[in-house]
Design a protein around this ligand. Sequence first.
Ligand code: TXA
Ligand code: MG
Length: 325
Amino acid sequence: MTELLAATPDNIAHAAELLRAGELVAFGTETVYGLGADATNMRAVARVFEAKGRPHFNPLICHYPSAESAFADVEAPELARRLADAFWPGPLTLVLPRRITCNVALLAGAGLDTLAVRVPANPDALALLRETSRPVAAPSANRSGQVSPTTASHVMAGLAGRIAAVIDSGPCPVGVESTVLDLSGGRAFLLRPGGVTLEALEAVIGPVQRGMTIAQAQASQSLRSPGLMISHYAPDLPVRLNAQNVAADEGLLAFGPALPGAGAVFQLSERRDLVEAASRLFDGLRAFDGIPGLNGIAVMPIPETGLGLAINDRLGRAAAPRGLT
Ligand code: TXA
Ligand code: MG
């Protein structure tokens, strides 16, 4: 049985107890719901991979209640401290060298000598992290390959019976995962676009290096990085991007005034607001599951600026051929 807990102080204390006992607890963050485990407990971390049905031991993000607690586990150069001052608590993850004293289980970092750390902005998550007083490893709380959860009921739909509890802190306001920035090479390299935009990062630290976008990677089929599988966030129906028209047997993910003729419409943002569209994206990818008469999902074009970079990254994965890794 999975307990569905309202985010009260008593329930948060109970959830922290469960985490310290090696159980799995899902909790809301500002980005998506995370599937939490005590990062210092190797068995608990192993159970995360088992509960998600993850085929690979991808490295997980460790969550902390403050920059000070995060930087006790990783080496933080001045660049990291500036980013933490500007964006924590918030949807930014920093990949940094582990300290020798760091007691996060090696499995949480997939055996790498770096660790991904983040301080989430949700007050219930911060309370849970403070009460647990251990780093909490937490990937998105969905079965591997499926759409990331932005509500407690999404989590229950995928993981009920496989985890001890879910703390319901309402819908996630940002709606896409954190931006992952690798600082371990001395310079900033964008590993995953996310809730903090490239523009916002560059305003603080100057130019950020980046690899291929998903569209470029699909074109060259050369994406090989762990945790960056192309096919991901897959809804039940096939997804078609940059739609200029839509058929009666398609569900339309609209951005701006909807194209005419769709079998069903989910509006990401009528007024073309990328923040609103990001917050509604994963709901939209689930909206057409199980609707009779639909054979596909068509997505209207979304600009590659601001949060559009993260939105198009997730849509590109949702549209990728299934099983391509
Ligand atoms: O918003 C988020 O980041 C959510 C919430 C729950 O915090 N978490 C999340 O975790 O999205 P997950 O496990 O789904 O994504 C972790 C990402 C992967 O792309 C992984 O490859 C990368 O972070 N990552 C983690 N540790 C890394 C490391 N040491 N080096 C390089 N990449 C790493
Ligand atoms: Mg995920």
